[in-house]
Design a binder for this molecule. Structure first.
Ligand code: UDP
Length: 465
C-alpha cells in the first residue's frame, strides 16, 4: 500500500556507462526518499554491472527497488562500439517500444534518457508522467534546442570549410560558439545524419514531457538553464548527482562504483607514491575512440612535458585497429618511472586523490562534473557531440582549463600540459576550487540542487496518491 502512495518510477538509461552511472545514482536517491523504483537495464549491461560491482547487494537493502532487464536486440558478440552507436539505439528501440507499452501502465512516472523520445509518446499514450533525464551538458542541450532555428536560417550544415566562423544564431552564445565547437561539426546533411535526427527528435519530445532532469547545478550553468527553461519551465536541476547521493547517504561515504568494467585499484596505490598535484590523469571516457596518430601525439607531448601521468588505455581506445599491446609496451619502456597505465580506473577515487593535479579529458559530461567537484583543472580533447560545446565552456566561460580543440600535435600538448600543471596552475586551481565549493553548497540542505530534488520527489509522490 505504501508503495502506491509514494509513486512508482521506471528509470530507463541509455545503454552506455555514463547514463547508467547517473541513473543508478538517481535510483538510489529515490530509494532513500521512499519511492518505489524499477530500473530497466539491458541484459548485456546488467551482466557487466553485476560482474564488476556490488550493485545487487547494495540495492537489496531497498525493498522497493527492482531491476528489470531486456535485450538490446544485438547478438552477444556485437562490439557495441561508439562507431556502431546508431545500430544499438535502433535495435534497442525495436525491443523497448512494445515492452514499455506493456509495463508503463503499472507505473506512476517514467524517467527515460533524453534520447528515448519514443518513451515520451508511449507515456502520453498510456497516461503516465514522463520526465526525461538528459545526461548531456546543459550548454549543449541549449544548442540542440536551437537546431530548428539554425537549420531554418541556413546556418547548418555549414557552407565552406572555415571552422572558425562564429555561429550567431544561438542566443546566449554569440561571439563564443565557433563551428568547431558545434556538436556535429562535420554535418553535411541534417535529414540523413543519424545524430542530428536523434537530437531533433529529442528536443521535439521535450514539450510533450512533464519536466526535464539535468545533472548540473545552478551556479555552474545558470545562463544555459534560464534559456532551457524558456522551452521547458519544469526543469529539475539536481546535480552533481554523485555528490547529492553522497550527502544523503547516512555515512556520507563516496557512492559505490557503478562500473561496467573491472576497476584497476593499483592506480590508487601508484598515486599514493606520487607527490601532491604532480600527476595528470588521462582518460577519454568509456566510448570515444582516437586515431593512432592522436594517441601518439598526446603520448609524446605528455612525455616531453616532463609531467607524470596516469592514462586509462581501454582496449577500444584505438580507432582503426585492435588494441596495440606491442606499441604500448615500447612507449612505456622509456619512461616507466613517471607513467602508469591501466585499462579502466576507479575514476572518482582517482580524481579525489591529492596526487592528481589535472585531467586530460574528452570532456564527457560526467567526467567534467566529477573533475569540477574534485577541484581538478582540465585539458580538453573533445571528440564529438556535447563534448565539443562543453570543452569550449571549460576554456572560455568557466576558465577552468584549456581547450585543445582539433589541434593535436606533441608540441601543443606539451605546452598546454605545462600551462595547466606549472605556469598557470594557481589561476586554474583557484577558479575550479571556487566551482567545487559552489557544487558542494548546491547539494547541502537548502541548496539549489537539494531543493530541486525535493520538488521532484514531491511531484512523484503526489502522482502516487
Ligand atoms: N570512468 C571510470 N573509469 C575510467 C573511465 C571512466 O569509472 O577509467 C567513468 C567516469 O567516472 C564517468 C564515466 O565513466 O562517470 C564516463 O562518462 P563521461 O560522461 O565522462 O563520458 P562517456 O563515457 O559518456 O563518453
Amino acid at each position: 500500500m505504501e508503495a502506491e502512495n509514494s509513486g512508482h518510477v521506471l528509470l530507463f538509461p541509455l545503454p552506455i556507462q555514463s547514463p547508467i552511472n547517473s541513473m543508478l545514482q538517481l535510483a538510489e536517491l529515490f530509494c532513500l526518499a521512499g519511492i518505489q523504483v524499477t530500473f530497466l537495464n539491458t541484459h548485456h549491461n546488467q551482466q557487466l554491472l553485476c560482474r564488476h560491482t556490488n550493485v545487487e547487494s547494495r540495492f537489496r537493502q531497498y525493498p522497493k527497488f527492482q531491476f528489470l532487464t531486456i535485450s538490446d536486440g544485438l547478438p552477444e558478440e556485437h562490439p557495441r562500439s561508439s562507431l556502431l552507436f546508431g545500430e544499438l539505439i535502433s535495435s534497442l528501440q525495436a525491443v523497448a517500444e512494445p515492452f514499455l507499452r506493456k509495463i508503463l501502465p503499472a507505473m506512476t512516472c517514467v524517467i527515460p534518457d533524453g534520447l528515448f523520445y519514443y518513451a515520451v509518446d508511449i507515456g502520453n499514450e498510456v497516461g503516465v508522467s514522463v520526465i526525461p533525464f538528459d545526461t548531456i551538458s546543459p550548454c549543449c542541450l541549449w544548442v540542440y534546442l536551437c537546431f530548428p532555428k539554425l537549420i531554418e536560417a541556413g546556418d547548418i550544415p555549414f557552407k565552406g570549410n572555415d571552422l572558425d566562423v562564429l555561429i550567431e544564431n544561438v542566443p546566449g552564445m554569440q561571439g563564443l560558439l565557433r563551428r568547431r565547437d558545434f556538436p556535429f561539426y562535420r554535418l553535411t546533411n541534417c535529414a540523413t545524419d543519424l545524430y542530428c535526427q536523434l537530437a531533433l527528435k529529442e528536443i521535439q519530445s521535450i514539450p510533450r514531457s512533464h519536466g526535464l532532469i539535468l545533472n548540473t547545478f545552478e551556479d555552474l550553468d545558470g545562463p544555459s538553464l534560464s534559456l532551457i527553461r524558456s522551452n521547458c519551465p519544469q526543469t529539475y536541476v539536481v546535480g552533481p548527482l554523485h555528490l547529492q547521493l553522497k550527502n544523503r547517504l547516512a555515512d556520507k561515504r563516496m557512492p559505490s562504483s557503478n562500473s561496467l568494467w573491472e576497476e584497476d585499484h593499483s592506480s590508487i596505490e601508484w598515486l599514493d607514491t606520487q607527490p601532491i598535484e604532480s600527476v595528470i590523469y588521462v582518460s577519454f571516457g568509456s566510448l570515444a575512440a582516437l586515431t593512432k596518430e592522436e594517441i601518439l601525439e598526446i603520448w609524446h607531448g605528455l612525455v616531453n612535458s616532463g609531467v607524470r601521468f596516469l592514462w586509462v588505455m581501454r582496449s577500444n581506445l584505438f580507432r582503426e585497429e585492435e588494441f596495440n599491446h606491442q606499441l604500448l609496451k615500447e612507449l612505456v619502456e622509456g619512461c616507466k618511472e613517471r607513467v602508469y597505465i591501466v585499462s579502466w580506473a576507479p575514476q572518482e577515487k582517482v580524481l579525489a586523490h591529492p596526487a592528481i593535479g589535472g585531467f586530460l579529458t574528452h570532456s564527457g559530461w560526467n567526467s567534467t562534473m566529477e573533475s569540477i567537484v574534485h577541484g581538478k583543472p582540465m585539458i580538453c580533447w573533445a571528440v564529438y557531440v556535447d563534448q565539443r560545446v562543453t570543452s569550449r565552456f571549460v576554456g572560455e566561460v568557466w576558465e577552468i582549463g584549456v581547450d585543445m580543440k582539433d589541434i593535436c600535435d606533441r608540441y601543443i600538448v606539451e605546452k598546454v600540459v605545462k600551462d595547466l600543471m606549472v605556469t598557470n596552475k594557481d589561476k586554474f586551481k583557484k577558479s575550479v576550487d571556487k566551482l567545487s565549493i559552489l557544487a558542494k553548497q548546491s547539494v547541502e540542505e537548502g541548496g539549489s540542487s537539494y531543493n530541486s530534488f525535493e520538488y521532484l520527489v514531491d511531484y512523484i509522490k503526489k502522482l502516487g496518491r
